[in-house]
Design a protein around this ligand. Structure first.
Ligand code: WTA
Length: 570
């Protein structure tokens, strides 16, 4: 297909000249925006919130929050007070200290953000979890991180297997009717002191722990440090194009790195008004959010755009979306049809951005000041050295497909995999190349083009799911002997999860059993990890050492050649 080119349209973005963007974008210089420039000590929550109050901008709206029951707004001054109170609660009732892991397991609400910022003010490390996580997913993460505190809700607390988590000392409940053994967050919060002495940190001190999936093993705890703020701030300014009077809406949940790096840090470091919408996705309510808050900058994901696209354009005509001036996407390949649709219905280009949990912030992007080659992820941030390398770390020339890699050392790079330094090391090849796990090529103009995952990681509706985690859950079901899980291409979700299952002796392969197994994963792990399709097989393809060959399952599914089968058992 011929690539469509979208030129920069004058009058929409702050910086419209790419050479100028390239010249201005300098992360050594942006450090001067932060207080540590004077003091050498830093705290993300201070830089996001209190700094703006100290700069005389305390009355600006920091947060518009809306869901079906609530519609609230908070200024930077309100956010400062509320996060101070949350910090006092955590410190006094649970003795939270610098470096402790505090997990947040609740649906979006203003309190979630107060607790997140309050945790950071103490110098503790935040671990945000998706509310969709079930017992096994919650347990793995709390166990691995040795978290001492979790803040949750009454309806979710039952999924925390307290007896199996010796390090977990305190459970805070943010809603009413708190039972014995749990701490009533609000009762303490209402009385909490509005002043708090922020813990000043080193730029290499811990910030946040995001668990993410790989193709093998348990989820990995990706640790980010305070220093990441350099990249959050600068990409917020030059990629999201955040200006002080913008109203910005990132649709991601804070359980996903996009919902923190770009749902909390980038907007507030830049002092803009941040819109948070709780509740489930619905096209109608999404358009209404843009209309009601006069959103100017909107950051979402291809799956969401595809769902909006399939909801029809009629709905768009019933809403005034004229406030929008900049739209961005992340998480999966952004299809050229989606860009075309966006251009037609919003009159705006959708800007793709590529990055990962591990990179902490944007790496390859379509700057507003760049022409968009539809289907391309764009170009590396100035200062990021990206290349396509072979499996030995040798750089490949343009237009050759290989591993998408970056030279180690950008400000927001993960600092370790929690409790698993070997895993961390395994990301790097000789020459200090960080290997992303994606395959791509670079064209002669320096634009990068995504080709796929190198490993078996599944990207479903923008969420990264490790096949191993799903397989492990599947084999816990009494009827399942073996399971192999793959991503199957899907027009809306990017991929769906498909499970191939060999049943135990004597189990009947019925549709009821399929449904039962699906629900088993949904209730035990997470709804988004439950296979949408299940196929029973007598036997699964395995290597002689007993590893399920997902590549063969995928080839069967897609009617592709199975490739080399020499390692397959007879
Ligand atoms: C995929 C998301 C194509 C990719 C912030 C990557 C993308 C993985 C894009 C990371 C994009 C992310 N085009 N693929 N613009 N952005 N991906 O850690 O496979 O949840 O390796 O972080 O998502 O997923 P993660």
């Amino acid at each position: 297909m011929k690539t469509e080119i979208y030129e920069v349209e004058p009058g929409q973005y702050h910086l419209e000249d790419y050479d100028q963007t390239y010249a201005d974008f300098n992360w050594e210089e942006v450090e001067q925006a932060f207080s540590w420039h004077q003091t050498g000590r830093v705290n993300m929550a201070y830089e996001c919130i209190d700094r703006h109050v100290d700069d005389g901008k305390g009355d600006r709206v920091a947060l518009y929050y809306k869901d079906k029951d609530r519609n609230e707004q908070y200024t930077f001054h309100d956010m400062k007070i509320n996060s101070n109170k949350a910090a006092n609660v955590l410190k006094e009732a649970a003795d939270v200290k610098k470096g402790d892991r505090v997990f947040i397991f609740m649906p979006r609400s203003p309190e979630l953000y107060f607790v997140l910022l309050g945790t950071l003010k103490i110098g503790a490390i935040v671990g945000p979890l998706f509310e969709a996580f079930m017992e096994k997913a919650v347990k793995d993460r709390l166990e691995n991180s040795e978290a001492s505190v979790i803040v949750t809700t009454k309806s979710l607390v039952g999924r925390i297997p307290v007896d199996e988590l010796p390090h977990l000392r305190h459970i805070f409940i943010v809603d009413e009717d708190v039972e014995e053994g749990h701490i009533d967050f609000h009762a303490l919060y209402d009385k909490a002191d509005e002043q708090f002495d922020i813990e000043w940190l080193d730029r290499e001190d811990g910030l946040i722990l995001h668990y993410t999936s790989g193709s093998t093993g348990q989820p990995k705890g990706v640790l980010h440090v305070q220093n990441a703020m350099i990249q959050h701030y600068i990409s917020g300014r030059y990629v999201l194009d955040l200006q002080e009077d913008d109203v910005y809406w990132c649709t991601a949940d804070p359980g996903w790195v996009t919902g923190t790096s770009y749902g909390v840090f980038a907007p507030w470091l830049n002092g803009v008004t941040n819109v948070i919408a709780g509740g489930r996705f619905s096209p109608e309510s999404w358009y209404k959010t843009i209309e009601d808050f006069k959103v100017t900058i909107w950051y979402s994901a291809p799956t969401a755009f595809r769902m909006l696209m399939s909801a029809g354009d009629e709905m768009i005509k019933n809403h005034d979306l004229s406030s929008l001036r900049h739209i961005l996407s992340v998480g999966e390949p952004l299809n050229p049809e989606v860009i075309k649709w966006g251009y037609k219905v919003f009159g705006k280009r959708i800007h793709d951005t590529w990055w990962m949990t591990e990179t902490g912030a944007h790496m390859i992007v379509n700057f507003p000041s760049m022409k968009i080659k539809s289907g391309s992820m764009g170009k590396p941030l100035p200062g990021v050295v990206a290349a396509i390398v072979d499996n030995d770390g040798n750089e490949l020339p343009p237009n050759r497909m290989g591993n998408l890699a970056m030279k180690k050392g950008w400000p927001s790079m993960m600092r370790t995999i929690w409790n698993n330094e070997a895993k961390y090391e395994s990301y790097f090849l000789p020459g200090d190349w960080y290997i992303s796990g994606d395959s791509a090529y670079m064209d002669e103009d320096g634009y990068f083009w995504f080709q796929g995952r190198v490993d078996d990681v599944i990207m479903t509706a923008g969420e990264r799911v490790g096949p191993f985690e799903v397989e492990s859950k599947l084999v816990e079901h009494p009827a399942v002997a073996e399971a192999g899980v793959i991503g199957k291409p899907d027009p809306i979700r990017g991929e769906i999860i498909k499970a191939f299952i060999a049943l135990r002796e004597g189990c009947e392969p019925t549709d009821e059993l399929k449904e039962e197994i699906r629900v088993f994963v949904k209730n035990g792990l997470a709804a988004h990890a439950a296979p949408r399709e299940i196929e029973f097989k007598d036997k699964l393809p395995k290597t002689r050492s007993g590893k399920i060959m997902r590549r063969v399952l995928k080839a069967w599914e897609l009617d592709l050649p199975t490739g080399d089968l020499s390692t397959m058992e007879d």
